[in-house]
Design a protein around this ligand. Structure first.
Ligand code: GAL
Length: 378
């Protein structure tokens, strides 16, 4: 019954967030003024009084058209339909921009508690504008072979993809846990592809690493940022030039601070970090920090959320996954986070919010029911 109600709500939300719905509704109000109005109505079947109020009809139609145009909005926490009308399934993800398109890679979740493990793999969606997403399918599949290191039911979390200009390869790193071993293995998986469709994969053991992200600096150097040392310390490791393994150079940041969900971005020459506390799937208060060099020293800036006490305490009921620099816009960053649903992971929602900066240059995040790039970033 609950599922039926959820389904109904989701379908309704889907319709209400589609442009077509508003445009069709606008037509309903325009037709009596236009096409239908040209033919004189049958005297015995006059149009209802309401539709004869041309001025009112035009006003309503105008409002509906403007509502249709505002559909190009991010609606944090809503159902986000892809090009097939299905809620996007790319959790704990990250986005790269290449060849004029954004590619969003994330965990493909399934229903029920088993969906917290990798039953399918890593999905990919592409978009020109960040609002409309095309399902590109599964780019890294788990294996039915029970001897495979990525056998179905293992853990594949927080996949991030970067492009290596020197080798022309797309490289994916992800948090990997072995089948049936909970979160003990704390490994990193690395997958390599010539095109955005991944063709092959390769694994490296590396250091203990759980929640993670990747960051490519302006000089092309790439870093793996991950919760290490039983999550107590964040490590930042410089990758080799081909991005496939570690150089061995790394720094221990936020020692003993138990941070997860790391996300990094660079703004006006400074490095900014956003992350979370460690409370599993349950939301907690976000953290942020700044450094002049990626090697530190990192200075904590506190909780970047600016909402009610409750919202701040729970990061708007979400956990960071990535901070996306918007292509073609200066100083425009999107805080991407997940609102997990561990009872039915496929239902997880996406919380994307504009990163704003206070007069002192400190980044913060405010809740927005809906927003768009044009209004939030000039
Ligand atoms: C969260 C982490 C998720 C997932 C989860 C498992 O803290 O950010 O990626 O690992 O724990 O409980």
């Amino acid at each position: 019954m609950l599922y039926a109600w959820n389904y109904f709500q989701n379908q309704l939300q889907l319709i209400m967030t589609s442009r077509a719905f508003y445009l069709l509704a606008a037509l309903v109000f325009l037709l009596p003024n236009g096409v239908i109005a040209l033919s004189s109505p049958h005297p015995e079947h006059p149009r209802p009084q309401f539709f004869r109020e041309k001025w009112l009809n035009l006003k309503i139609a105008e409002k509906l058209v403007s509502l249709a145009s505002t559909r190009a909005n991010f609606v944090p926490g809503a159902i986000w339909p892809d090009n097939q009308g299905v809620h996007i399934n790319a959790h704990g993800g990250g986005i790269i921009h290449t060849n004029g398109r954004y590619y969003w890679f994330g965990e493909y979740k399934t229903g029920g508690p088993e969906g917290n493990t990798a039953m399918v793999g890593v999905s990919c969606y592409s978009s020109e504008n960040l609002y409309e997403w095309k399902n590109e399918g599964i780019v890294l599949s788990v294996s039915d072979d029970t001897t495979s290191v990525i056998r179905k039911g293992c853990v594949i979390e927080r996949p991030k993809v970067i492009f290596n200009k020197a080798t022309g390869k797309f490289i994916m790193w992800f948090h990997h846990e072995l089948f049936g071993q909970g979160y003990c293995a704390a490994m990193s998986g690395i997958a390599v592809a010539d095109a955005v469709n991944l063709l092959g994969r390769d694994f490296s053991r590396g250091q203990m690493a759980r929640d993670m992200t990747l960051f490519v600096d302006g000089d092309g150097k790439a870093y793996h940022i991950y919760s290490s040392e039983e999550n107590s310390t964040t490590q930042i490791s410089l990758l080799t030039d081909d991005y496939l393994s570690y150089t061995g150079k790394y720094v221990r940041a936020f020692v003993g601070r138990y941070m997860e969900a790391p996300a990094l971005f660079k703004h006006k020459g400074k490095y900014y970090f956003m992350g979370s506390d460690c409370t599993g799937w349950a939301p907690n208060a976000a953290r942020s920090a700044v450094a002049s060099s990626i090697w530190g020293p990192w200075k904590e800036l506190g909780n970047p959320c600016r909402g009610t006490a409750e919202e701040n305490e729970k990061t708007f009921w979400s956990q960071s996954t990535y901070i996306l620099p918007v292509e073609g816009k200066r100083n425009a960053f999107i805080f991407m986070a997940d609102r997990w649903n561990p009872d039915n992971p496929i239902e997880g929602r996406y919380i994307w919010l504009a990163v704003q900066f206070d007069p002192a240059g400190k980044p913060f995040i405010r809740w927005m029911d809906q927003w768009n790039l044009e209004e939030s970033f000039n």
